[in-house]
Structure formats: C-alpha cells, structure tokens
Design a protein. Structure first.
Length: 305
C-alpha cells in the first residue's frame, strides 16, 4: 500500500495545477527558446547582414558599367543593367592567369612549409624537455603581438643580402614562420594522451615515428584548420609581395591586379571586379573546408570548450 500511495502522490504532484514543470525534464532533442537566445540570434543575424552588405555591394558594382558605378545611378543594378565589361577588361589587360597561378603555388608552398615547421616546433615545446625551453616558448608567444609591418625593413635587407629580392623564395621564406600557429598546435598536442606515445615507445618506436604515426594522424582536424588559415593569409598578403617582387611575371594576384588598376586609372567597377576575382578562390576553399575550420577552432580550446 505504501508503494501505491507514493506513486499516486507523485502522479498528483506532476499533474497538480500551479506547479511549473521542470525545464530539465524536456524531451531529448527538444530546444528551449529563451529571451537570451532570441536576442543572441538577432544580434548574430545583424552582424552577418552587416558583413554581407559590403560584399554584395562590391559584387553588384562589379557588374555595372563604369558610368553607373561612378554616378551611383540605378541603385544596385544600375541604369544600363548588369554587364561583365569590368571583368572582361580586367582579364584582357593583364596576366591574370599567370598571377593566379603564382598565388596558387606560392600559397601552397607557404602552407606546406608553415604547417611542417609549426607542427615540429609545437611538438617539441609540448613533449620535449631541453635547456632554454621556457625562454624560447616565451619568445614565440611574445612574437605573436609584434605587428608584421615592423619586420618589413629588416626582412627586406635580409633578402637583399641573400640575393633573394625579386625571386619566388624571397617571397615565400619570410612567410613560413608563424608563431600563432605554433601556439595553436602546441595547445592541441598538450591534449593528446601521453599514454599512447608511451605505449608506442615501449614497442620500440622512436620519437619521430611516434610523432609521424600517432600524433599527426590524431591531429588532422587542427592541421587542416591551420593549413586553411595559413593559405588564406598567404593568398591575401599584399604588402610583402608588393615590396619584394618587381617582375610582372612573378607577381601574385592581389599585386598584379592592383598594378592593372593603377595603370589605367581608378575605375570603380574594375576595382570591385578585381576584389571579387581575388576573393572567389578563398570563398571556394572556405565552403569546401568549413567543417575542418570549425572543428579545428573548437579543438584548440578557443571555441568555448
């Protein structure tokens, strides 16, 4: 009888009027909408719109005639309607495909070297004990806050001393050192269980074999994210390629397109067309690898986990 009475009392407590249901008792997968969530969603939506509007305006301007782009007549479409004159003019005036190829292969080499150097350095800081480790790691962390523009003149004189000015390696080598990527990879390697490495070493694996066969396969998400970040930065880099390269056949896409615009005057439709052309490869890369980017950011500890 006592069990029946307890069950009846519990049932009445659940269905009794005036008693609010426990919010933690919602069904699995059921979402709870609160005022904070709604406000956060609206704020994020406004931020997304604020980010997209300039890009959409650039795309719309790129498909206008120069007259409509300069006068602003016709709003988003223009009085003369959409046209591809700006893109045709850009593609016909310069070695755009050569510049795009230069950007592609130099960015790929920079990405490969940066990921390799950063991964080895990060693993050393994470697992090895050596004299001066704390000092060197502190120097890496401190170098993150140094603006790259401060190093432009010393780097240029260094490339000049090695006769690397106006050469592909003079463009590539100064960009392969990325302290921020060393820090990100080191934080991830710290989370890899040391027991896996100890088991491999007991089986006779050396330090490099452990790094190559165990640590790197477990680090694919973060390595992919770092590679994408480095590739985007190398593709978008304008200042260093602009200073180190004078040969038009070695220019990257951002520098080459800028020389076309400078040579033929400021034409707003062509300026927007060159910006759209330069951003298309990056948009494709992000759409293809967006899952790796999100996963890599989350696993570094910067995603709120």
């Amino acid at each position: 009888m006592s069990a029946v009475t307890a069950s009846s009392t519990a049932t009445r407590a659940v269905v009794a009027p005036g008693i609010a249901p426990d919010p933690r008792s919602r069904k699995p997968g059921q979402r709870r909408f609160s005022a904070i969530n709604v406000v956060a969603f609206i704020a994020l939506a406004l931020m997304a719109i604020g980010w997209l509007l300039p890009f959409l305006w650039a795309v719309a301007t790129a498909f206008k005639t120069e007259t409509d782009a300069a006068s602003g007549a016709g709003g988003w479409v223009g009085e003369s309607g959409p046209t591809t004159e700006a893109f045709t003019s850009i593609l016909s005036q310069g070695n755009v495909w050569v510049w795009a190829g230069n950007s592609l292969w130099t960015s790929a080499v920079i990405t490969l070297l940066t990921v390799a150097i950063s991964a080895v350095a990060a693993y050393a800081f994470s697992r090895l004990e050596f004299r001066g480790k704390k000092f060197l790691y502190g120097a890496v962390i401190a170098s993150i806050v140094i603006p790259p523009q401060v190093l432009i003149i010393p780097l240029f004189y260094e490339m000049l001393a090695f006769n690397l000015v106006d050469t592909p390696w003079g463009l590539i080598l100064p960009q392969v050192v990325a302290p921020a990527m060393v820090f990100i990879l080191k934080k991830f390697f710290d989370q890899v269980p040391i027991e896996l490495e100890d088991a491999a070493r007991v089986d006779g694996a050396g330090r490099f074999r452990v790094f190559w066969s165990i640590v790197l396969p477990l680090s694919r998400p973060i390595l992919g994210a770092v590679a994408i970040f480095v590739f985007i930065g190398a593709w978008n880099n304008f200042l260093w390629p602009f200073l180190i390269i004078n040969d038009t056949t070695l220019m990257t896409l951002p520098v080459g397109l800028q020389t076309v615009i400078s040579a033929y005057g400021v034409q707003y439709a062509q300026v927007m067309a060159q910006a759209v052309l330069a951003s298309v490869p990056l948009i494709i890369v992000f759409l293809v690898f967006q899952k790796q980017i999100v996963r890599g950011v989350a696993t570094t500890g910067f995603g709120g986990q």
